[in-house]
Write a protein of this length. Structure first.
Length: 118
């Protein structure tokens, strides 16, 4: 069972930046399809960004031009660089691994809280 551990959340002022990290266990990280979701208070969880095993990325329209997803396979880590943060970006951010291979289910991290406020 793969485990995901996020870090990097916190309180930031509007217009500021944060970088989230997610470290995955296991030896096959380079094959994993990874992503970030977020869930704001009272709202459904939504997909923020994804990155394939080959490095192909996609971002939600609401964060394009501001957020960048990347990965470092040598460190089993996926990142989410968040710039020009807005109050509406306040949410718990979850690292996600898509089901596949020996993992029949999606895998989730515990979440890290990002609060954008002055």
């Amino acid at each position: 069972q793969v485990q995901l551990v996020e870090s990097g959340g916190g309180l930031v002022q509007p217009g500021g930046s944060l970088r989230l990290s997610c470290v995955a266990s296991g030896t096959n990280f380079r094959f994993y399809f990874m992503g970030w979701y977020r869930q704001a208070p009272g709202k459904q969880r939504e997909l923020v960004a994804t990155i394939s095993s080959t490095g192909s990325t996609n971002c939600a329209d609401s964060v394009k031009e501001r957020f960048t997803i990347s990965r470092d396979n040598s460190k089993n880590t996926v990142f989410l660089q968040m710039n020009s943060l807005k109050s509406e970006d306040t949410a718990v951010y979850y690292c996600w691994k898509r089901r596949g291979g020996l993992d029949p289910l999606d895998t989730w991290g515990q979440g890290t809280l990002v609060t954008v406020s002055s």
